[in-house]
Design a protein around this ligand. Structure first.
Ligand code: PHE
Length: 338
């Protein structure tokens, strides 16, 4: 090998061997085989070399370049290994992996889904309606007179337009009956809004689940049987269920439903869980007036309706003492249900 090239090669290999990181290794590469590196400059001299020595000179050049390149690759690998080791030092790769916290369903979602499933098994279909309602669908069509306290501005959120945040999901019953023909069997889970003072048992928004069954020959025993079955499914088959006479403008007769339950850490007692009743014929008449086809002729069809608070069901089920926990999104509370 050409002596000059041999010198260049051995100097380059020394520099490569001495380099301690990627930076100094790259400096060594530039100094030797870079555009203006020692080997490249030597290569430029080939044109001045006598013809018969050119081939040997060229071979020397190539051999030196190959040697330098492979020394660089080896050094690169060695430096990488050192860096990897340093990165891993102090880490015990045999330790179990950190757990990734998984999400879970909110208790209100859990209880709503459960209640919905029980009712769907009985043939109730899901129905929906707007949360921003008009007075007609929230009150008038539900036989609720203009002077009824629920319509008071102190109790209901009104918009300047005269619309309001629905105070109950009963408005979905009206909207459904306006378009569907009997038999109608629907449930409407959704938010309802009231201007309640917020405390441990009241929020200004809560979740309701309403149901409606309209057909020929729907009777009070149908109502009782359906809801007794429902609450047995929700709270256990031995749970006592009682129907206490009550008043709602849109049902006649009307009842409140109590279940006798023992909430964690309390003596068993009757707890109100729902309102219900047989649809008042005045409601059918209001809808017939809109439909103009008498499809809900009170002489031919009857129906029952019920409504309950999902938040209340959750509080009973899990012994939750403060309804505000259900909207605070404190993961210490919520993780108990995941
Ligand atoms: N809409 C009533 C309420 O919000 C509940 C109810 C629904 C009562 C259907 C009777 C029939 O309190």
């Amino acid at each position: 090998m050409n002596e000059q090239i041999a010198n260049i090669q051995s100097q380059a290999l020394e520099l490569i061997a001495a380099s301690t990181d990627e930076r100094t290794l790259d400096d060594a590469r530039v100094a030797s085989i870079g555009k203006k590196g020692t080997l490249s400059l030597a290569g430029a001299l080939i044109k001045d070399i006598p013809k018969e020595e050119k081939a040997a000179f060229g071979q020397s050049l190539n051999a030196a370049r190959t040697a330098i390149n492979s020394a660089i690759s080896e050094k690169q690998a060695a430096l990488q290994e050192i860096a990897d080791k340093a990165a891993l030092s102090g880490i015990d790769i045999t330790l179990p992996a950190r757990s990734l916290p998984a999400g879970g369903l909110h208790p209100l979602t859990l209880i709503r889904d459960e209640a919905t499933q029980v009712l769907r098994r009985m043939g109730f279909a899901l129905a929906d309606g707007p949360e921003i309602e008009d007075e007609y669908h929230c009150f008038d069509a539900l036989n609720t007179p203009a002077d009824h306290p629920a319509r008071n501005e102190k109790d209901t959120f009104y918009f300047n337009s005269g619309k309001l945040l629905r105070t109950h999901t009963s408005s979905v019953q009206i909207r459904t009956m306006e378009t569907a023909a009997p038999p109608i069997r629907i449930i409407a889970p959704g938010s309802a809004y009231r201007r309640d003072e917020i405390d441990a048992t009241h929020l200004s928004v809560f979740n309701q689940l309403e149901g409606l069954f309209v057909d020929t020959d729907v009777t009070l025993p149908d109502l009782k049987g359906t809801l007794e079955y429902f609450f047995h499914e929700m709270f256990g088959t031995t749970t006592e269920v009682r129907f206490r006479p009550h008043f709602f403008p849109f049902t006649e007769p009307s009842f409140e439903i109590d279940v006798k339950l023992q909430i964690k850490g309390q003596a068993p007692r009757w707890i109100e869980v729902a309102g219900c009743g047989m649809v008042d014929p005045a409601v059918f008449e209001a809808i017939n007036a809109t439909r103009k086809d008498n499809a809900l002729d009170p002489e031919k069809v009857t129906g029952f309706a019920f409504g309950m608070g999902i938040d209340r069901l959750a509080m009973i089920r899990w012994g939750i003492k403060d309804i505000r926990l259900l909207i605070e999104n404190d993961t210490r509370f919520l993780s108990q249900f995941a």
